[in-house]
Write a protein that binds this ligand. Structure first.
Ligand SMILES: *[C@@H]1O[C@H](CO)[C@@H](O)[C@H](O)[C@H]1NC(C)=O
Ligand SMILES: *[C@@H]1O[C@H](CO)[C@@H](O)[C@H](O)[C@H]1NC(C)=O
Ligand SMILES: *[C@@H]1O[C@H](CO)[C@@H](O)[C@H](O)[C@H]1NC(C)=O
Ligand SMILES: *[C@@H]1O[C@H](CO)[C@@H](O)[C@H](O)[C@H]1NC(C)=O
Ligand SMILES: *[C@@H]1O[C@H](CO)[C@@H](O)[C@H](O)[C@H]1NC(C)=O
Ligand SMILES: *[C@@H]1O[C@H](CO)[C@@H](O)[C@H](O)[C@H]1NC(C)=O
Ligand SMILES: *[C@@H]1O[C@H](CO)[C@@H](O)[C@H](O)[C@H]1NC(C)=O
Length: 559
């Protein structure tokens, strides 16, 4: 039986139960036996002194099992399974164990370890005879990932919670250590509750880095203890601020569900909002026409040639870094407009008196801000221009975010830096909604067309890289710039699309069958994860008519 199913998997026709998993595990064997969840079902921790966040994760898993209330995506929905469910054995426990030698740390501590040193692997066995299911991992974070997988198997009809594909054996571990999602909270503000809900959805598909692009030219919603004026003057309003306790709450909650929060304060460009409290620090502050001085309004960039600005920005990063559990902090560095500095008398005077070129001054500024981060034990992160367009001295462990184009990864790798894949031509979630600039009715978004989940899913993280460059790819992320997004469309513009890269970077180039990832095979599973998200209160958009969702592959082009 198992052998026959393995053959099915090899042909790409995954058994029914596997249709509920996202991301698909590295290795899985599945059967066709129904199991119900016993009303007395318990998740038992078999080791001493489990950390509080593991206990919460167990509680959350119980909550989802009891409340997902998802009917299986088959014609007839739950009613289709009634007979099989009636005769099914009941599963009464899932036992969590740590592998020999593993340390009992909190999930939170494991989640913010240095990239590449986290242990997310796990082994899950669900026997077909109702005897205890077992989950083993090398860390509490691995147990958390395994519980996430476990909870994806279960459907509900009437008062029965059941699965359709025991026995299950899964060995799983991520292909890439950095699996992110980026949210811009400066173009428009998102209350903490929206971020918390987004973090939950991220954890369901095993994303593990929340790249928080918190400030930009339009607003500075981040409260920084030593610099209260920045948010007081730079936020849209006193209620559109992330207070120190919000940040603490978000980073703490994220870590407890396996997510590292990588904060970005974009500098020296994208900083007009700092001019609200420190106009003397900003060159071409709201200069007109903005398009001469910036890629979008309002113009304004830090005067990094000014020693007071270097001092301020360095102290700002130092202050922020101290409040963050993550080892990664981004200083940004994209879209620096040179004309802004050419036309700025103060910048030109400072260059003349220092005898530095603009590039040399930029390098000194960057070394100072990065020095502050390094002094706090952090690893600096930058956008690709810092290595491709500028001559800036960076620590060799700096992480570089590729964003402009997938064609740029090779050039970044060529410089020897670790990189994260976030290319706009695959992963930008905001493309294709028309131009948002006020009076250009015919214009399209700069990164047209819309990037479908299929487009994102077909991204090959290692394309066009040499064998020696490939190890520099630490992962990737889908990104939402929010010029045209707010809490009203956050869920629908992000989900389920951002699950596409979650699978690309967890599962890697090939699925459990050994065949390359493939949208045909992925679609029924993505339907399932989307329906489950909806049951859990995330307003993910539908991918197809329900008719298609209930008939896997029946709407494929040649079906
Ligand atoms: C994708 O998978 C399907 C079904 O598993 C298979 O029929 C199809 O040939 C695959 N397509 C590609 C391009 O590999
Ligand atoms: C624990 O780590 C070892 C070494 O990396 C690995 O071989 C093993 O599969 C892991 N165990 C589990 C349960 O994931
Ligand atoms: C912190 O976040 C949790 C959600 O996880 C929420 O219940 C709580 O109210 C938040 N606390 C504050 C002070 O915002
Ligand atoms: C540097 O900034 C700190 C606070 O941000 C300020 O107290 C100090 O006076 C500044 N030093 C110089 C030399 O500007
Ligand atoms: C880049 O910077 C280095 C060190 O500051 C300098 O030696 C080199 O000439 C610069 N190269 C260019 C192209 O500006
Ligand atoms: C960075 O340089 C240090 C010192 O030269 C070296 O030990 C380390 O291996 C390098 N790290 C990377 C990621 O290249
Ligand atoms: C790889 O390079 C080819 C040819 O330059 C290009 O068409 C393709 O988009 C690149 N793919 C990725 C994922 O970078």
């Amino acid at each position: 039986m198992i052998l026959a199913l393995k053959a099915l998997i090899a042909l790409g026709a995954l058994p029914a139960a596997v249709l509920s998993l996202w991301p698909i595990p590295k290795s899985i064997n599945a059967g066709t036996t129904f199991l119900t969840l016993s009303p007395q079902f318990s998740i038992d921790i078999t080791f001493q002194s489990p950390p509080a966040d593991l206990l919460s994760a167990v509680e959350t898993a119980h909550y989802y099992l009891a409340n997902d209330n998802l009917e299986r995506l088959v014609v007839g929905r739950g009613a289709y399974d009634v007979q099989d469910v009636q005769s099914a054995k009941a599963l009464s426990s899932l036992k969590l164990s740590l592998a020999e030698g593993a340390q009992v740390n909190s999930i939170s501590a494991e989640s913010v370890k240095a990239i590449g040193t986290r242990s997310e692997d796990y082994q899950l066995d669900i026997p077909a005879d109702g005897s205890a299911a077992t989950l083993t991992a090398n860390s509490t974070l691995g147990l958390f990932r395994g519980m996430t997988t476990f909870s994806q198997f279960w459907y509900q009809y009437d008062d029965k919670v059941y699965m359709v594909s025991a026995p299950i054996t899964i060995h799983d571990s991520p292909a890439y250590p950095f699996r992110g999602f980026m949210l811009d909270t400066a173009r428009n503000y998102f209350p903490p509750a929206d971020i918390i809900r987004t973090l939950d959805a991220m954890s369901w598909v095993k994303l593990n880095v929340f790249h928080w692009h918190v400030t930009d030219s339009q607003s500075f919603p981040l409260e920084v203890g030593e610099f209260p004026e920045l948010a007081q003057k730079g936020a849209y309003s006193s209620s559109a601020v992330y207070t120190a306790s919000d940040v603490q709450n978000i980073t703490t909650y994220a870590a407890s569900i396996g997510i590292d929060v990588m904060l970005e304060i974009d500098t020296p460009g994208h900083t007009t909002s700092i001019g609200a409290s420190h106009p003397e620090y900003i060159a071409c502050n709201q200069a007109s026409p903005w398009s001469t001085y910036a890629n979008e309004p309002p113009a304004g960039q830090l005067r990094f040639t000014d020693p007071a600005v270097v001092n301020f920005t360095t102290n700002l990063f130092s202050a922020v870094a101290k409040t963050l559990p993550s080892l990664m902090v981004s200083t940004g560095g994209d879209e620096l407009n040179i004309q802004c500095y050419t036309d700025d008398a103060q910048t030109q005077a400072e260059l003349t008196s220092s005898g530095l070129t603009l590039e040399e001054a930029l390098s000194e500024f960057t070394q100072s801000t990065h020095g502050a981060l390094i002094a706090e034990g952090k690893t600096p992160v930058v956008w690709e221009e810092m290595v491709l367009d500028h001559n800036v001295t960076l620590a060799n462990d700096t992480i570089v975010m590729v964003w402009i184009s997938s064609a740029d990864a090779a050039a970044v790798a060529d410089k020897g830096y670790r990189l994260v894949q976030g290319p706009s031509d695959y992963f930008y979630l905001d493309c294709g909604a028309g131009e948002w600039i006020g009076d250009t009715p015919e214009a399209m978004s700069w990164c047209d067309p819309f990037k479908s989940w299929q487009k994102a899913y077909t991204f090959d993280p290692l394309a066009n890289l040499t064998d020696s460059q490939k190890p520099l790819v630490i992962g990737g992320e889908q990104l939402l710039w929010t010029e045209q997004s707010s809490p009203n469309n956050l869920d629908s513009i992000v989900w389920p699309r951002a699950a596409a890269s979650a699978e690309v970077f967890w599962t890697g180039a090939t699925g459990p069958s050994g065949a390359p990832l493939n949208v045909t095979e992925a679609l029924p599973r993505l339907h399932d994860v989307r329906f489950r998200m909806e049951q859990r209160g995330v307003k993910a958009i539908v991918l197809q008519p329900l008719w298609c969702a209930l008939r896997p592959n029946a709407c494929d082009v040649n079906a």
